[in-house]
Design a binder for this molecule. Sequence first.
Ligand code: CA
Length: 225
Amino acid sequence: MRILVVEDEQKLATSLKRGLEADGFAVDIALNGDDGLWMATEHDYDGIVLDIMLPGMNGYKVCGTLRDVGNWTPILMLTAKDGELDEAEALDTGADDFLRKPFSHLVLVARLRALLRRGSTERPVEMSADDLRLDPNQRRCWRGDVEVELTSREFSVLEYLIRNASMVVSKQDILDHVWDYDFDGDSNIIEVYVRHLRKKIDEPFGRAAIQTVRGSGYRLNADGG
Ligand code: CA
């Protein structure tokens, strides 16, 4: 079994390699995301251990890119922070499992073996609310059979709403998750995006999936409206 370890902390990378080799794996190391992506594309690995915070291309991007080109090598992502968001995002980009740092070698090997047993089958990651579907990897959106063109920001707002389907989310919640920290504008900008989204995913189809909850924010109806 040949494993690619993509990890920029040299010491950790080396100890992972030694440990995994002692367990009978063949191990290659990439010290940044770009090399990792290249190696994963050029060679046929049985599994990839992928750190998220990497110089150059980060782990999410490496994972998303591999899935985009139809590479379904099992990926175990290493998350540094103890944030649930990190982990949700890891799975959204098409990772198969994640492991929170610091981890024990025994746990790593157990999780890796479990992944390798499952093998690399195609597992497109889609999100949906009734007949509204999103493909976060390719950032495409459909209402039924009709593909809907969304801008990148519209997509991110809709993705956040679907991820929280049936729950009320405030404008501030959306702002915090979709805009970066440098944005210091008015949260009313969300209204503009919601209006655009309704014109694209709801009105042409006679739906009203994005509901306004007066004084609180918005709620995406899980049955798609
Ligand atoms: Ca790192």
